[in-house]
Design a binder for this molecule. Structure first.
Ligand code: ZN
Length: 169
């Protein structure tokens, strides 16, 4: 799987304006050439889109100076991605969906019910209490290392890598 994350993307990709302390902005994920990339937009540019089609997005905020970046993993963003990846036959998207679902099981958003063997491979049967429904996820039979690496990449894509990096340096 390929994830591309702009280096030090502390500014708007559209107008290059730097974000200031506590400024709100939008992060959006785009599916480009088989890989996901994240782009950040200032509010004026976001409200004036240039025909780009995003995969998923969320609103966020530059933290106050000296404060740690909030550990960002908005469940709704993940749920949105899980639902948009449904039915995708592309390997990297299937793998991602599986890893997202595992994460949401750990977070007790989903409940694992059973395994189902069917044509096309093994699926996990998942229960989603919030919507009182079941759905299936293709099991790509990833190795532990593959799951870890996809999880790490997902965190990087959805978190604020540059801020966390600053906090530790
Ligand atoms: Zn802008």
């Amino acid at each position: 799987m390929e994830w591309k994350i702009g280096k030090g993307n502390r500014d708007c990709v559209a107008c290059n304006k730097g974000f200031s302390e506590e400024e709100e902005y939008y992060s959006a994920i785009f599916d480009e050439q088989g890989g996901f990339i994240r782009k950040d937009f200032c509010i004026p540019c976001w409200s004036n889109p240039k025909s780009e089609v995003f995969f998923s997005f969320w609103k966020t905020k530059v933290p106050k100076q000296g404060k740690h970046a909030q550990k960002f993993l908005n469940t709704d963003v993940l749920l949105d991605m899980v639902s948009k990846l449904e039915g995708s036959m592309e390997a990297h998207q299937r793998n991602l969906r599986y890893v997202l679902v595992l994460y949401l099981i750990r977070k007790k958003v989903f409940k694992f019910k059973s395994l189902s063997r069917e044509e096309g491979g093994e699926h996990l049967v998942i229960y989603f209490p919030r919507e009182d429904r079941e759905f299936k996820v293709y099991n790509p039979s990833l190795k532990v290392e593959e799951i870890e690496s996809i999880t790490a990449e997902m965190n990087q894509l959805l978190n604020y890598p540059y801020l966390e990096h600053e906090a530790t340096s």
